[in-house]
Design a protein around this ligand. Structure first.
Ligand code: HPA
Length: 237
C-alpha cells in the first residue's frame, strides 16, 4: 500500500469476528531494525484503512524486580531516548503544527479492556509501567540502564516511540502489550543477545495471541476517551 511516507504491507483479515489490520512493524522476516522502521508509513496506512484502535506488542527488557521475565505489562508512560526518527506528521507549512498532548500516551480505556480480557483468559497482566525507548539497534550499557532506573523507567525497548505518538496524532487509541523478554543490561548476569529476546518472544507468543483475541472480543469501535481528539487543535488531515 502506498502512503505519503513510502510503501508498506498491511495484512487485512478477521479476528474475533472483527475486521482487523495486522501490521508487522519490522517487515517480513523481522528484516527492518527498530531505528529504520518506517513508523509514519505504518501508522498512516492503518489509519487510512479505517483503524481507530491499535493494539501493539513490544519486546521489553526489565529494569525493575517488579517486572519478571515472561510477564506481560501494559506501559502507561514513556521516556523518549530515541535520537534520529521522524516524530510527527505535522511538519509545518501546509501540514500544520501540532503539539500533541501526551499526558496519557497509552489509552487508559484500551488498557482497561485488555485487563478485562486478561481476566477472561486467566492471564496475569500488569497495568502501568514506564517504558524508556532507546534508539538501538544496540542494547544499552549497564550505566545507561542505571541512569534510566534513576529517571523512573521500568521497561526498556526500541519501538514504542514514535509509534504511540503518531497514533495519537491521527486520533487513534493505542495500547501496547509489553512482553518481558530479558533483564536489562547489567541486571542480567550475562551479555544480552537478540536470540535470547526472540526465544522469549516465541515462548510468550501463544499467551499474547490469546490475550489479543480476547481483547478484540471485548473491544467496541467507539472511542470513549480523549484519543480521538488528539489532533483536534491542528485539524485532521
Ligand atoms: N533493551 C532494549 N530493547 C529491548 C530489550 C532490551 O533489553 N529487550 C527487548 N527489547
Amino acid at each position: 500500500m502506498e502512503t505519503p511516507y513510502g510503501l508498506v504491507e498491511p495484512i487485512v483479515g478477521k479476528l474475533a469476528n472483527r475486521e482487523i489490520v495486522f501490521m508487522n512493524r519490522h517487515g517480513r522476516n523481522h528484516a527492518t531494525p527498530p531505528h529504520l522502521v518506517n513508523y509514519r508509513a505504518n501508522i498512516w496506512a492503518i489509519r487510512d484503512l479505517g483503524v481507530r484502535k491499535v493494539l501493539a506488542t513490544a519486546a521489553v527488557g526489565s529494569l525493575s524486580s517488579t517486572f519478571q521475565l515472561g510477564e506481560l505489562v501494559l506501559p502507561d508512560q514513556f521516556l523518549d531516548f530515541t535520537k534520529n526518527r521522524p516524530q510527527t506528521f505535522y511538519e509545518g507549512g501546509q501540514k500544520g503544527v501540532l503539539h500533541v498532548d501526551m499526558t496519557e500516551p497509552y489509552c487508559a480505556a484500551a488498557r482497561q479492556v485488555i485487563m478485562e480480557a486478561s481476566a477472561h483468559v486467566g492471564l496475569q497482566v500488569k497495568n502501568g509501567a514506564c517504558y524508556v525507548c532507546t534508539e538501538g539497534p544496540r542494547f544499552e550499557t549497564p550505566a545507561e540502564i542505571r541512569m534510566f532506573q534513576r529517571l523512573g523507567a521500568d521497561l526498556v525497548g526500541m519501538t514504542s516511540v514514535p509509534e504511540v505518538v503518531l497514533a495519537r496524532e491521527l486520533g487513534m487509541c493505542y495500547a501496547s502489550i509489553g512482553m518481558v523478554t530479558n533483564e536489562a543490561a547489567g541486571i542480567a548476569k550475562h551479555p544480552l543477545t537478540h536470540a535470547e529476546v526472540m526465544e522469549s518472544m516465541k515462548e510468550l507468543g501463544l499467551k499474547v495471541a490469546e490475550l489479543i483475541q480476547a481483547t478484540f472480543e471485548l473491544w467496541t469501535p467507539d472511542q470513549n476517551c480523549l484519543c480521538a481528539s488528539g489532533n483536534g487543535e491542528a485539524g485532521k488531515f
